[in-house]
Every structure is written in structure tokens, then in C-alpha cells.
Ligand binder design. Structure first.
Ligand code: ATP
Ligand code: MG
Length: 189
């Protein structure tokens, strides 16, 4: 599951957990982006903060892990590179790429879309405020999954922190404390 995770929230975690159960996955690897090329219009928090929040949020779940591959590669993150690298690290594994409805609808606009969709099976999860549809991948390339609806976004979490509003219960407790400790998002907006 790729994402900016700025910050990771319970919407991400529920989607990952539901897909892991529905598809009998051995492991869900969270892959925080390096420099997200679609988000160059705003300042994204330092990769190390996003990485550590993702580690904090997933640490207790033995099925969840976090990969630094996109952060350590440097330069803009293209999911096709992520999947190529995961392929090389796990030869023979079946790869599934978990997205929300909004990200899935963009997928054909991603870099090297043809190769991208040959590298993994894509799973689109329902997300409040977005319509979940097959973006037109080749037959069998995508599955659509209904997950419990959590109307949470990282954007809303950042805005809340900037306004002094709570993010308790929207993100894991350790992430609330990390945001506070590192004074993240205080001037988001
Ligand atoms: P931002 O508001 O900064 O874009 P976000 O909440 O959309 O943040 P991302 O890191 O952009 O989080 O998302 C990573 C992946 O998780 C994407 O595929 C996105 O569609 C999915 N996702 C995010 N929030 C939810 C949610 N509440 N329910 C289901 N999927 C989600
Ligand atoms: Mg997003």
C-alpha cells in the first residue's frame, strides 16, 4: 500500500486490514512516498517523519510492515519503480497494490501505466466522497472492495492540527503524540 502518509490515519489502516483479510494476504507492506510528484503544490512533511509515523501506526500488527524503498531511492516516486523493486525483493510473490477509490481512478495517468498494471493486481477500496469504479484496466487487473467507511483524510488531519482541533481517534494514539512532539502541521493550511 503506497501513500504519502502525512499523517497515516485509521482510514489507511482499516483498508489494509480489510484487504489483507479478504485476499488472505501474508503481509501488507506500507510504502511511504519519497517526493510525491502529484503533490508538488504543497509542502510535504519530511520523509523521515512520515516513515516514523507509519512505523508507529503499524508496529503492533505482525502482518504489517513498512518499507523505505521509495524514500531511499530519492527523486520523485513512481509506483512502477516501487513495484519493480518489491518484485526483485520478493521473487515469486503475488503482489497486490491497495488503493482508495480516488487513487484508483487516477491510475492510468501514472507513469508507465502499461508496465505498472502488469506488475501487480490492483485493489480499489471504497472511500467516502469518491466513487469506486474500474478505471479500465485489462480484464482481471483490478478488484473492487467495500471497506468500512471512514471519512478521514490526511488533509483534514493536517487542517485540524493547524486549527488546534483534535485528531485523537482519527489517527493512532502514538501518531497524535508524534505530531505533537515534532510540532508537525501547526502552520498547515
Ligand atoms: P491527502 O489528503 O494528503 O491526499 P490521504 O488521506 O488521501 O491524504 P494518502 O496518503 O494520499 O492519504 O493515501 C494513500 C492511499 O490510501 C490512497 O490509495 C488513498 O486512496 C487511500 N486512502 C486514504 N484514506 C482513505 C480512507 N479514508 N478510506 C479508504 N482509502 C483511503
Ligand atoms: Mg490522498
Amino acid at each position: 500500500m503506497g501513500g504519502t502518509f502525512d499523517p497515516i490515519h485509521h482510514g489507511h489502516l482499516v483498508a489494509a486490514s480489510e484487504v489483507a483479510s479478504a485476499f488472505h494476504l501474508d503481509e501488507v507492506v506500507f510504502v511511504p512516498t519519497g517526493e510525491p510528484w502529484q503533490k508538488s503544490d504543497r509542502t510535504v512533511s519530511p520523509a523521515e517523519d512520515r516513515y516514523l509515523m507509519t512505523v508507529i501506526a503499524t508496529a503492533e500488527n505482525p502482518q504489517f510492515s513498512v518499507s523505505r524503498i521509495d524514500i531511499d531511492r530519492g527523486g520523485p516516486t513512481y509506483t512502477v519503480d516501487t513495484l519493480r523493486e518489491l518484485r526483485a525483493q520478493h521473487p515469486g510473490a503475488d503482489l497486490f497494490f491497495i488503493t482508495g477509490a480516488d487513487a484508483l481512478s487516477q491510475i492510468l495517468s501514472w507513469h508507465d501505466a502499461d508496465e505498472l498494471i502488469s506488475l501487480a493486481h490492483f485493489i480499489g477500496c471504497t472511500r467516502p466522497g469518491h466513487t469506486l469504479t474500474d478505471p479500465g484496466l485489462p480484464a482481471g487487473g483490478v478488484s473492487l472492495v467495500e471497506v468500512p467507511a471512514l471519512a478521514i483524510s490526511s488533509t483534514d488531519c493536517r487542517m485540524r492540527v493547524a486549527k488546534g482541533e483534535p485528531v485523537w481517534y482519527l489517527v493512532p494514539d502514538g501518531v497524535v503524540r508524534y505530531i505533537d512532539k515534532r510540532a508537525l502541521y501547526r502552520d498547515a493550511g
